[in-house]
Design a protein around this ligand. Structure first.
Ligand code: IPM
Ligand code: MN
Length: 357
C-alpha cells in the first residue's frame, strides 16, 4: 500500500470545520483506492498568532515542503484585523505560496444544473458554464518590492509595486496552454495592457508562448472588460489566464455564477508539493455553528487526489459523490432554495461519505 503524507492546516473560522469534512472524505476515498494518508496538523493564521505570536512558523513550512500535499482551510478574521501588516493571518498564505513555489492557482468555476436557481443571474446566462481560472500566484503586486508606508507632510505615502519577469509569465502561460488542450481549447488572457507595462510584457510573452500551441485559440481581454463579460456572457470563456491580483478579483466575481463561493475549490501548484484549499474565506459570522458548506473543501480534496496523488479515479469518485448529493436535493444554507430545509456541515459530509462507500 502506498502512503501519502498530507500536512493539514485548518486555519481559522469555518476553515476548521470544512477541513475536518474534507479530511474525513479523503480518508474514506484513500481507503477505497488502497492508499494510506499519513497526516500531520499545524496551526496557521490567527490560530498560530494566538498560540505562537506569528501567523506561520518555519517548522510548518519545512513540514509542507516534505509532504506530498498540503490541505488548507482558510485564514483570517476580525479578531486579528488590526495587527501590524507582518503579523496578519494572511501572511501565512502568502508565505506558503512563496516558499512552496506555488505559482499556479487553478480555480474552476462550474455551474451545476441543480444549483442554477442559487445564482442571482438568469438561468439562460449561466447554464452549462464551465470556466477554469488560472491565476498567477507568486508574482505581481502581492509580492513586488518596494512595498512601504512612510510619513509625509500632511499624512502618509504608501507604495505597492507590480512587477513581472518574462520567466514568470512563461511558466504560467505554459500551464494554461497545456490545460486548454484538455478542455475546449480556448484561452482568454486578461490584462490591463492599455495602461500597465507589466500587462504589455504579459501580453507579449503569452503571445510568444501561443506560437507553440497552434491548436489553441488565444484572445486578449482587458480586465475591466472581462469583469463585465463575466456577467454578461460567461459561456464565452473556457480558460481565463491572468496575473495575481486580477485573478483574485475575477475569481470572486466568477464564483457568483455558481451561486455561492461555498462551491469553489482550488489547487495551488508549482514544481513540488501542491496545496489545496476552498476559495471561500473563514466566514467568522457563521463559524462554529456547523452550517458551513463543506463542498468547496471536499472538491478541493478531489483536486488533491488528482494532482498530487495522480489518482484521477479517486478524484472522480469525490466529484461524482458531490454531483449525487446535489441531485438528491441536499443543500447547505448558502445554496438553499426558498421553502427548503438546509442540511448541516456534518450532514452534508455524511451524505458524501455514503455515496463514496
Ligand atoms: C484568496 C484570498 C487571499 C488572496 C487573501 C486571503 C490573502 O483572497 O486566496 O483569494 O488575496 O490571494
Ligand atoms: Mn480572494
Amino acid at each position: 500500500m502506498t502512503t501519502k503524507k498530507v500536512v493539514i492546516l485548518p486555519g481559522d473560522g469555518i476553515g476548521v470545520e470544512v477541513t475536518e469534512a474534507a479530511m474525513k472524505v479523503s480518508n474514506s476515498v484513500a481507503e477505497k483506492f488502497d492508499i494510506k494518508l499519513e497526516t500531520e496538523e499545524f496551526s496557521v493564521g490567527g490560530a498560530s498568532i494566538d498560540k505562537y505570536d506569528t501567523p506561520i512558523r518555519d517548522e510548518v513550512i519545512i513540514a509542507c515542503k516534505s509532504a506530498d500535499a498540503v490541505f488548507l482551510g482558510a485564514v483570517g478574521g476580525p479578531k486579528w484585523d488590526n495587527l501590524p501588516k507582518d503579523k496578519r493571518p494572511e501572511i501565512a498564505l502568502l508565505s506558503l505560496r512563496k516558499n512552496l513555489g506555488l505559482f499556479t492557482n487553478l480555480r474552476p468555476v462550474k455551474v451545476f444544473d441543480e444549483l442554477i436557481s442559487a445564482s442571482t443571474l438568469k438561468p439562460e446566462v449561466i447554464q452549462g458554464c464551465d470556466i477554469l481560472i488560472i491565476r498567477e500566484l507568486t508574482g505581481g503586486i502581492y509580492f513586488g518590492k518596494p512595498k512601504f508606508t512612510e510619513p509625509i507632510e500632511g499624512g502618509h505615502k504608501a507604495v505597492d509595486t507590480m512587477a513581472y519577469e518574462t520567466s514568470e509569465i512563461e511558466r504560467i502561460s505554459k500551464v494554461a496552454f497545456e490545460s486548454a488542450k484538455h478542455r475546449k481549447g480556448k484561452i482568454t488572457s486578461v490584462d490591463k495592457a492599455n495602461i500597465l507595462v507589466t500587462s504589455q510584457l504579459w501580453r507579449q510573452v503569452v503571445t510568444d508562448i501561443s506560437k507553440h500551441y497552434p491548436d489553441i485559440q488565444l484572445e486578449h481581454m482587458l480586465v475591466d472588460s472581462c469583469a463585465m463579460q463575466l456577467i454578461r456572457n460567461p459561456k464565452q470563456f473556457d480558460v481565463i489566464l491572468t496575473e495575481n491580483m486580477f485573478g483574485d478579483i475575477l475569481s470572486d466575481e466568477a464564483s457568483m455564477l455558481t451561486g455561492s463561493l461555498g462551491m469553489l475549490p482550488s489547487a495551488s501548484l508549482g514544481q513540488g508539493v501542491g496545496m489545496y484549499e476552498p476559495v471561500h474565506g473563514t466566514a467568522p459570522e457563521i463559524a462554529g455553528q456547523n452550517i458551513a458548506n463543506p463542498l468547496a473543501a471536499i472538491a478541493s480534496a478531489a483536486f488533491m487526489f488528482r494532482h498530487s496523488f495522480k489518482l484521477d479515479e479517486a478524484g472522480k469518485a469525490i466529484e461524482n459523490a458531490i454531483q449525487k448529493v446535489l441531485s438528491n436535493g441536499l443543500r447547505c444554507a448558502d445554496i438553499i432554495e426558498n421553502g427548503k430545509t438546509a442540511v448541516s456541515t456534518t450532514e452534508m459530509t455524511e451524505a458524501i461519505l455514503r455515496e463514496i462507500k
